[in-house]
Ligand binder design. Structure first.
Ligand SMILES: Nc1ncnc2c1ncn2[C@@H]1O[C@H](COP(=O)(O)OP(=O)(O)OP(=O)(O)O)[C@@H](O)[C@H]1O
Length: 775
């Protein structure tokens, strides 16, 4: 049979490639061994080859040079050893599965067609002449993802190469053995995807290089514009595409881009651990990862108690919708908007002429420069100078005043007193310190007058130093007060949103208590950075913002400001908006047109969803009232079910029974998803006696297999074999704007979805076609 012949041919080729990998491994190991030996002996004999002579200035220079040469040599060897290590790890990975795809390509004008085998990394033959395997990121490999057999082209070195693809084949190779192969007419065949997607969910996201789809490839290799915005339904592979894109960029720009020049903003801590293995699996180092809140709190926590986004959401999802709710909601939405940013920009213009607030400079409990004096100095400076530059001039002036003060203080009585009170041990310490600084020698210290002068100087300097540091940190600028004043600024009374008085009152009260609400955090930092002229992040060249629908327009504008030189990949789905600021069109993702210049942005939409079975997707899209048609990947499962139960005891018993049967059926990740953390904690108490389970809280930072109880907003971006919606009753999911919360929760399921309702089910589910679920 021709197929069998093909199969044997391919297995033989795999064997040959593996032999070559083994050969390469032994070469690299030998090289690594020699290098290791070099490093060890260099470390041992480091000082033998350094000439140390400090007698004459020339000798010092020579010593310095020889030291530098020696350490450069050592670090070069260490670097090479690191590279060898990486090479070895990559070869070991290739050995398990050397490639996953092949295309036969006949370039126009060439006589022979070329077999191009595609795998995780490139591999050359023994003579280093031909590629046995091409890296999936190589330009030629792009045809594998972009075309079916037929006419094809790809771009390499600014040139377009055209030809004909005569074969496209996929392989499943495990431990060097060919387990399956498919010739495919489609872009990437269904068989392989079926196989991958029907696997169990995993606490660690997997790479998708063998089955990247054409539209995902477009995202991965896209490098035309500064900002790439990707929208796509739940499970359409946005995160996956973003991570393979990082691997692609690290390959494409390996000379100038390192993993730590890339920063990923994740939705929560657990997500960080979920995605952490994708890049190492692809042989690359991980990029930097942070949540936006981690960034904010790193900058704010010394000034305020900062509310975290989950507490904000917990409050908004949990409280009754009364007067307080609506004023907070309006506050959150206004502070998320570009109107608020515009208001703040006008306020900053106003501050250029009046309204800046400074703190008194206090030395030893006495005001030595008043806030009024600083204000007067600031406003007598030329108004054409930007505020941050004027602040720098104020800082310089304050430091000069401080230097004068320092001189004056040396003669003050307190210094004499402090000097006399110096204990012997402390005195000796000072003596040694001054001696080290070569302020005096043994001889001069006998001179009592000089000794006193030097000690006085030291004592004053010691007191002045913290003040100097604070001035250098611009602590004299009272940003909290300036922010607070915005809410009493007469100009801000026109065209203000509904509930402005309540919003202003609530904000001022919080600021007075040294508390900063989450919605104020970004505006506060924006103001601070605009006034202080903070330096942007120069080393970050690429920022990835996942779950971008959760960022407000204001937050986007802020990110754009602090990463002015970075490219950005922005991925999101407005139907998964669950933050109060992002519902009702206030997501930054809805304001892309206002935020970025049209020639700087490219937008791509992913339409197909891969995570969940067709039945789950068809059910979930109806929750969104059918406004968004999602194309499910053709993988079948049971229809979701909705069970209405009468009381809590029955609810808990039924869920326990369901979870046990899911475990018996071999599911390894099962999530009981609640609307809030409060609800999750209550459910946990009810179940802990009967089920082995983990309660996921906002500070949980790793995703473990097993049964999890988790609020929706922490399950964002993650997936499970089976999902149980703890309570989808009409008392829990009430308002229309909670559809997105329920949709997000349901779309976490890969294979099975069960909804339970304590009493009548939510009216939001009445929009779901009855044929799409079991009751
Ligand atoms: N081309 C592909 N080949 C194999 N699996 C894929 C592919 N694209 C997506 N998947 C799988 O689909 C699931 C969802 O992918 P991913 O989490 O990247 O989607 P998402 O759009 O970020 O989802 P969400 O918006 O729900 O966070 C993952 O299990 C991923 O491995």
């Amino acid at each position: 049979m021709p197929e069998n012949k093909d199969f044997l041919f391919e297995q033989e080729r795999i064997n040959r490639v593996i032999d070559e990998i083994d050969h390469k491994i032994s070469l690299v190991e030998a090289k690594g061994g020699a290098l290791k030996h070099d490093v060890v002996s260099l470390r041992k004999t480091f000082w033998d080859d350094v000439t140390v002579n400090l007698d004459e200035p020339d000798d010092v220079i020579e010593t310095h040079t020889s030291l530098r040469q020696q350490s450069e040599l050592l670090s070069e060897r260490e670097r090479s050893h690191g590279l060898i290590h990486k090479q070895l790890a990559n070869l070991q990975r290739l050995k398990v599965s050397p490639y996953f795809g092949r295309i036969d390509f006949q370039e126009i004008g060439e006589e022979k067609s070329e077999d191009i085998y595609i795998g995780l990394f490139s591999l050359m033959d023994e003579e280093d002449e031909d590629f046995l395997v091409y890296d999936w990121r190589a330009p030629i490999s792009s045809m594998y993802y972009d075309y079916a057999p037929g006419p094809v082209k790809y771009r390499a070195m600014d040139e377009t190469i055209t030809g004909e693809m005569t074969l496209k084949r996929q392989y499943i190779i495990r431990n060097g053995k060919l387990k399956g192969m498919f010739d495919t007419g489609m872009t990437i065949g269904d068989e392989m995807l079926q196989e991958v997607l029907s696997n169990q969910a995993n606490p660690q996201m997997k790479n998708i290089v063998a089955t990247i789809q054409k539209e995902q490839n477009e995202i991965i290799r896209n490098n035309r514009k500064k900002y790439l915005v990707v929208r796509g339904a739940a499970g359409s592979g946005k995160t996956s595409a973003a991570l393979q894109r990082v691997a692609f960029l690290l390959y494409q720009y390996r000379e100038k881009l390192q993993a730590d020049n890339i920063l990923l903003f994740s939705p929560n801590q657990m997500f960080n651990s979920y995605v952490a293995t994708v890049l190492p699996e692809l042989g690359e180092e991980n990029m930097q990862q942070s949540t936006f809140f981690q960034y904010l709190s790193g900058r704010i926590q010394n000034e305020f108690m900062l509310e975290d986004p989950f507490s904000q959401m917990e409050y908004m999802l949990g409280v009754k919708r009364d007067g307080d709710y609506y004023s907070r909601q309006k506050g959150i939405q206004f502070k998320a908007s570009l109107s608020y940013k515009n208001l703040m920009d006008t306020y900053i213009d106003y501050l250029s002429n009046e309204g800046m607030t400074f703190k008194n400079i206090v030395f030893r409990n006495e005001v030595f420069i008043t806030s009024e004096e600083i204000t007067a100095y600031f406003y007598q400076l030329d108004k054409n100078i930007s505020i941050p530059n004027r602040i720098t001039l104020v800082k310089d002036w304050l430091l000069e005043q401080l230097a004068l003060k320092e001189k004056d203080e040396r003669k003050q009585e307190w210094v004499e007193e402090e000097r006399e009170l110096l204990g012997r041990a402390e005195y000796l310490k000072v003596y040694k310190k001054l001696q080290k600084e070569q302020r005096f020698t043994e001889d001069t210290f006998d001179d009592q007058e000089r000794e006193e002068i030097l000690l006085n100087k030291w004592l004053v300097r010691r007191r002045i130093k913290p003040l100097k540091r604070k001035i250098n940190q611009l602590a004299f600028l009272d940003v909290p007060k300036i922010y607070q004043n915005l809410f009493q600024w007469p100009e801000s009374q026109d065209n203000m949103p509904a509930y402005w008085d309540e919003i202003a009152y609530m904000t001022i009260e919080n600021l007075k208590n040294k508390e900063l609400l989450y919605e104020d955090a970004t505006p506060f930092l924006y103001l601070k950075d605009k006034l202080e002229g903070r330096k942007s992040f120069m080393n970050i060249r690429h920022v990835i913002i996942d779950e971008a629908q959760d960022y407000s327009p204001f937050q986007f504008a802020y990110l754009k400001m602090i990463f002015p030189y970075s490219q950005m990949t922005i991925l999101g789905d407005v139907n998964q908006s669950i933050f109060t600021h992002s519902v009702n069109n206030q997501s930054g993702l809805e304001k892309v047109d206002e935020l970025f210049a049209p020639n700087e942005v490219e937008e791509i939409r992913l339409t197909k969803s891969y995570r969940s079975t067709k039945q789950i997707i068809q059910f979930a899209e109806d929750i969104l009232k059918g406004n968004n048609k999602i194309e499910p990947f053709n993988r079948n499962g049971e229809k979701p079910s909705i069970s209405v139960v009468e009381n809590k005891a029955v609810l808990h018993n039924t869920i326990v029974t369901k979870v046990k049967s899911l475990l018996d059926n071999g599911h390894q990740t099962i999530a009981i998803i609640t609307k809030t953390e409060q609800e999750a904690a209550d459910a946990y108490r009810a179940f802990e006696e009967y089920l082995p389970l983990h309660l996921v809280k906002k500070e949980t930072n790793s995703y473990e297999k097993g049964v999890l109880i988790i609020p929706t907003y922490l399950a964002k971006g993650i997936e499970f074999d089976a999902v149980i919606i703890y309570n989808c009753s009409n008392d829990v999911y009430v308002e229309d704007d909670e559809r997105t919360v329920l949709y997000t929760a349901c779309t976490r399921a890969m294979h099975e979805l069960y909804l339970f309702s304590l009493g009548e089910k939510s009216a939001l589910l009445n929009d779901v076609d009855k044929n799409k679920y079991r009751e």
